[in-house]
Design a protein. Structure first.
Length: 72
């Protein structure tokens, strides 16, 4: 349960951070009238990809404990 919660937290934060960063990056790199394109690409392409990757990292990281190996 803890792994899932950490994964969801990482996924949500990763989605938001990458969606905002890619939005501003796309605004800088595209022409002046591409505001809708930047919003759509950030929200529906880059954000979800980063959210999935961050979720996987959170699940992996959330399962670690400092207690040593399984057989000990």
């Amino acid at each position: 349960m803890k792994r899932l919660a950490v994964g969801l937290l990482f996924g949500a934060v990763g989605y938001i951070l990458v969606a905002l960063a890619s939005f501003f990056l796309l605004l800088q790199l595209s022409s002046e009238d591409r505001d809708i394109e930047a919003k759509m690409a950030s929200g529906f392409i880059f954000g979800p990809i980063a959210g999935i990757i961050a979720f996987a990292m959170g699940v992996i990281r959330g399962g670690r404990s400092g207690k040593g190996a399984v057989g000990e």
